[in-house]
Design a protein around this ligand. Sequence first.
Ligand code: B12
Ligand code: SF4
Length: 451
Amino acid sequence: MKILLVSPSAYPEIKAHGGLMIPQLALHILEGLTPPEHEITTIEEEIAEVDLDAECDVVGISFMTSNAPRAYELAGEFRKRGKKVVFGGIHPTILPDEAAAYADAVVVGEAEGVWEQVLDDCKNNRLKPRYHEGAVSLDRYIPMGSRRVGKKQSFNAVPVMTTRGCPYSCDFCCVSEIYGKKIRHVPISNVVRGIEEAAGDMYIFLDDNIIGDPHYAKELFRAIKPLKIKWGGQASISFVHDTELMRLAADSGCVALFFGLESVSEIQLKKMRKSIKDIARLGEAIKKIKGMGIHFHASFVFGFDDDTPEVFPETLDFMMKNKIGSASLNILTPYPGTRVYTQFKSEGRLISENWKYYDHSTVVYRPKNMTPYELQTGLIGAKKEFSSFGSIFARLPWNMAHPLIFLGSNMAARKNASNDQLKLPNVVNEIFNQATLPNIIPMSLQPALQA
Ligand code: B12
Ligand code: SF4
């Protein structure tokens, strides 16, 4: 069979280029699982056009919540043209009944263990509406040589995943729901083999927390050190409590880490599972990590029930004081399948269930201590200020370990802030104006918006 694998984009008219470009690992795992008798093509809509008339028998579409509407649109077009469509990924796993209305089959959860069956059933015209294997073993080596092809298509980082599952279940996250609470590991020898075969320049570990199991992480770092690669990943701030772990990470080529700090409010930090709950100690931790020559990328979330408009200047102040290298600034998003979603839904606080806007940068609910408009514009203002040239140059001298990463990530943040500003009128018209105006947009701004 001819198989087309697609990763849709929520905004297909905007193509990404430059910055850190990582191919979608799920597509390459599917490719690696596909028996050689089939022919496979992968398309990432973020960088390339999807040809609806492409010659193929079956189309596999992988998507998270924000690109679900686009996935459904593409599926409709392909099915009109007589192709079979199979869905998989985060969103169809969380809402399989919704997804089933737009596809011939939905794979719930992980593809390992079911993809070959799906293809066999498709070939023999007996596709089942749903497939689900549960938490699979990660012991099998899946070759992904085509990641080199990905590199040619303007990607510049090779994705690697070493673990799945998370023992926590934070209110705003669906990961343990999807992958389970037990951490499962890829054998270290397979990780090393994958890195060697990909032959890339820069690797990104996609794990939710690369140091989630410190014993495994230490073994991994020792094993990849001889490969002399450069890598980045996500880690929890508890990293700082283990000097040996930090040293091994740095020696194995770690150049940048992403830390979900989420909030600078001590009330909020106390509510979350964070190993550091006071702000002064957080500052010391940042200094220590940067001191190891690791670029510090922080992620913050705005819009928790305790947040007031003061959260924006407070967070900016913290980031500037601690000379944070770069940051992702996000809006709390009630993704389906999370406790936050269930809570906001039951409290009648959701103002949009258009999944396209479930992207961490759009307000889709009524916050407690701000209007949605204040939260939306507060986020844009904070993004603009932190990525202003004044802020970039003020932080540069303290982020000289990797100046290209520093400049690249801050330039990407500038672009992201201007994209959010461009989307604002749409957000106002499509979400905020749909809800009752007086509760949402400050009265003083309403005439201007209606004009
Ligand atoms: C790495 C990552 C990123 C990277 C992605 C880099 C890249 N190009 O791959 C970056 C940093 C760019 C990113 C950005 C975002 N991310 Co992200 N990301 C992740 C993370 C940590 C891993 C994703 C991953 O690649 N996993 C590895 C692959 C192999 O797993 P998988 O996709 O689930 O695929 C398996 C199965 O689902 C299935 N499958 C998948 N697709 C298909 C298709 C078919 C046909 C079949 C049969 C099976 C199948 O088989 C695969 C193998 O078993 C997840 C958390 C997590 N643990 O999943 C969050 C996560 C997916 N991200 C999330 C979010 C919200 C975002 C952002 C919107 C946030 C933001 N604004 O910054 C953006 C959106 C980006 C976009 N382009 O749309 C949420 C999604 C929630 C939701 N309901 O949608 C998650 C779950 C994080 C969370 N804790 O909530 N992300
Ligand atoms: S936010 Fe991180 S720690 Fe919390 S459940 Fe999700 S993956 Fe686990």
